[in-house]
Design a protein around this ligand. Structure first.
Ligand code: ZN
Length: 220
């Protein structure tokens, strides 16, 4: 059974329960292009359940026999207040912390589901589909853009820069809250930049959020 709970970089717990993880697809134009997807004109939203969350610092356990599992490194935002029909500035005030996440995706299955016009949950909501790092307080990253990187076995795979987002963080959170409420403890994944690909056993993944957060994990 999943045993994920939010915590800060220094190991102390964040006393908010994880409710849901709201994700946005194709928020970086170059990533949309690499998968031959059209760029959406409104944010493409989907949800991972709390049961998908695991600690990113523990070895990643991938589903077996269900096709390739792709990594997607993303900036994760931890929400501290209820948000319904929020403005961008209300959204900014509701950000408690930033972290990094992997939006793990069963890519072949997702392609099949897309072709059929079916929802993506089977490809994106499995147990372990959302490794989450510890969080840092939002006031550690008061500026824009925020940048992050993913290296695999020492080679740079993804570089994210929030300036490249089609819908930036605050308007994205505000928009989400017009569709359904965000609650304290919810996490928003803000989309992945170009460079996604399949994971393989034994790989080491190193993720860095500016000079504030460095996390490393392996594929079990
Ligand atoms: Zn994603």
């Amino acid at each position: 059974m999943p045993d994920y709970a939010h915590h800060w970089k220094d190991g102390t717990p964040v006393h908010l329960p994880l409710g849901k993880i709201v994700c946005v697809g194709r928020n970086y134009a170059e990533h949309a292009r690499e998968l031959n997807n059209p760029v959406p004109d409104t944010p493409l939203l989907f949800i991972k359940p709390a049961s998908a969350a695991v600690h990113l610092t523990r070895p990643l356990l991938l589903p077996e026999g269900r096709g390739p599992v792709h990594f997607e490194a993303e900036l994760a935002v931890l929400i501290s207040r209820p948000l319904t029909n929020a403005t961008a500035s209300e959204a900014a005030q509701a950000i408690l912390g930033y972290g990094l996440a992997l939006d793990l995706t069963l890519r072949d299955l997702q392609s099949e589901l897309k072709e059929k016009g079916h929802p993506w949950e089977r490809a994106k909501a499995f147990d372990g589909a959302c490794p989450l790092s510890p969080f840092i307080a939002a006031d550690r990253l008061p500026h824009t853009p925020i940048t992050f990187t993913l290296d695999i076995d020492g080679k740079r795979q993804q570089t994210g820069n929030t300036d490249d987002m089609l819908t930036p963080v605050m308007p994205l959170i505000a928009h989400i809250s017009t569709q359904f409420s965000l609650q304290p403890g919810d996490v928003v994944l803000t989309g992945t930049p170009a460079g996604v690909g399949p994971l393989a056993r034994g790989q080491t993944l190193s993720l860095e959020l500016e000079d504030q957060l460095f996390v490393e994990t392996t594929v079990a």
